[in-house]
Design a protein around this ligand. Structure first.
Ligand SMILES: [Zn+2]
Length: 108
Protein backbone atom coordinates (compact mmCIF):
# COMPACT_ATOMS: atom_id res chain seq x y z
CA UNK A 1 0.00 0.00 0.00
CA UNK A 2 1.37 3.39 -0.97
CA UNK A 3 0.88 6.14 1.59
CA UNK A 4 0.55 9.71 0.41
CA UNK A 5 2.09 11.81 3.13
CA UNK A 6 0.14 14.87 2.12
CA UNK A 7 -3.22 13.16 1.87
CA UNK A 8 -5.75 15.21 3.82
CA UNK A 9 -6.68 12.50 6.30
CA UNK A 10 -3.12 11.30 7.01
CA UNK A 11 -3.24 12.97 10.41
CA UNK A 12 -6.48 11.25 11.36
CA UNK A 13 -5.12 7.93 10.07
CA UNK A 14 -2.00 8.29 12.16
CA UNK A 15 -3.92 8.91 15.38
CA UNK A 16 -6.52 6.31 14.48
CA UNK A 17 -3.72 3.75 14.28
CA UNK A 18 -2.41 4.82 17.66
CA UNK A 19 -5.93 4.68 19.05
CA UNK A 20 -6.19 1.06 17.92
CA UNK A 21 -2.97 0.36 19.81
CA UNK A 22 -4.49 2.12 22.84
CA UNK A 23 -7.55 -0.12 22.70
CA UNK A 24 -5.31 -3.20 22.61
CA UNK A 25 -3.13 -1.85 25.40
CA UNK A 26 -6.18 -1.17 27.58
CA UNK A 27 -7.76 -4.53 26.78
CA UNK A 28 -4.62 -6.45 27.68
CA UNK A 29 -3.37 -4.00 30.32
CA UNK A 30 -0.10 -4.04 28.41
CA UNK A 31 2.41 -1.48 29.72
CA UNK A 32 4.80 -2.09 26.82
CA UNK A 33 2.06 -1.06 24.39
CA UNK A 34 1.34 2.11 26.38
CA UNK A 35 5.04 2.95 26.24
CA UNK A 36 4.97 2.34 22.49
CA UNK A 37 2.09 4.84 22.20
CA UNK A 38 4.20 7.47 23.94
CA UNK A 39 7.17 6.83 21.66
CA UNK A 40 5.14 6.83 18.46
CA UNK A 41 3.01 9.80 19.55
CA UNK A 42 6.06 11.88 20.45
CA UNK A 43 7.79 11.02 17.19
CA UNK A 44 4.65 11.92 15.26
CA UNK A 45 4.31 15.26 17.01
CA UNK A 46 8.01 15.95 16.43
CA UNK A 47 7.27 15.48 12.73
CA UNK A 48 4.53 18.07 12.95
CA UNK A 49 1.51 15.80 13.18
CA UNK A 50 -1.12 17.77 15.07
CA UNK A 51 -3.32 16.27 17.73
CA UNK A 52 -6.92 15.33 17.01
CA UNK A 53 -9.80 14.91 19.40
CA UNK A 54 -9.35 11.15 19.74
CA UNK A 55 -5.94 11.71 21.36
CA UNK A 56 -7.52 11.77 24.77
CA UNK A 57 -8.41 8.10 24.46
CA UNK A 58 -4.85 7.15 25.39
CA UNK A 59 -5.29 8.04 29.02
CA UNK A 60 -7.74 8.21 31.86
CA UNK A 61 -10.02 11.26 31.71
CA UNK A 62 -9.38 13.82 34.46
CA UNK A 63 -13.02 14.95 34.23
CA UNK A 64 -15.18 11.83 34.04
CA UNK A 65 -12.59 9.14 34.89
CA UNK A 66 -13.22 7.21 31.66
CA UNK A 67 -10.50 4.59 31.36
CA UNK A 68 -8.02 4.39 28.46
CA UNK A 69 -9.84 3.23 25.36
CA UNK A 70 -13.25 4.28 26.71
CA UNK A 71 -15.16 7.26 25.39
CA UNK A 72 -15.97 9.99 27.87
CA UNK A 73 -19.36 10.18 29.53
CA UNK A 74 -21.45 13.24 30.29
CA UNK A 75 -20.99 14.60 33.78
CA UNK A 76 -22.74 17.59 35.34
CA UNK A 77 -21.04 20.88 34.35
CA UNK A 78 -18.96 19.09 31.69
CA UNK A 79 -21.31 18.31 28.79
CA UNK A 80 -19.69 16.31 26.01
CA UNK A 81 -21.83 17.29 23.08
CA UNK A 82 -20.86 15.15 20.10
CA UNK A 83 -17.23 14.79 21.17
CA UNK A 84 -15.65 11.45 22.09
CA UNK A 85 -13.48 13.01 24.76
CA UNK A 86 -13.58 15.94 27.16
CA UNK A 87 -11.37 18.77 25.86
CA UNK A 88 -9.37 18.64 29.11
CA UNK A 89 -8.49 15.02 28.36
CA UNK A 90 -7.34 15.86 24.83
CA UNK A 91 -5.28 18.76 26.14
CA UNK A 92 -3.71 16.55 28.78
CA UNK A 93 -2.81 13.95 26.15
CA UNK A 94 -1.26 16.58 23.88
CA UNK A 95 0.76 18.05 26.73
CA UNK A 96 1.87 14.65 27.98
CA UNK A 97 2.94 13.48 24.53
CA UNK A 98 4.77 16.74 23.79
CA UNK A 99 6.58 16.62 27.12
CA UNK A 100 4.94 19.78 28.52
CA UNK A 101 3.31 17.80 31.30
CA UNK A 102 4.32 14.64 33.13
CA UNK A 103 2.87 11.45 31.68
CA UNK A 104 -0.35 10.47 33.46
CA UNK A 105 -1.32 6.85 34.01
CA UNK A 106 -1.29 4.55 32.17
CA UNK A 107 1.19 6.19 29.81
CA UNK A 108 3.77 6.70 32.53
ZN1 LIG B 1 -14.12 12.58 30.18
Amino acid sequence: MRIELDQPDARELFWEGLRDVAYAAARHQDQALFQAIVKIGRAGMAQGIEVVSSNGLFLQCPICAALPGQHCINVPSHPLGDRACHPERVELAAKALSGEAPLPPPLR
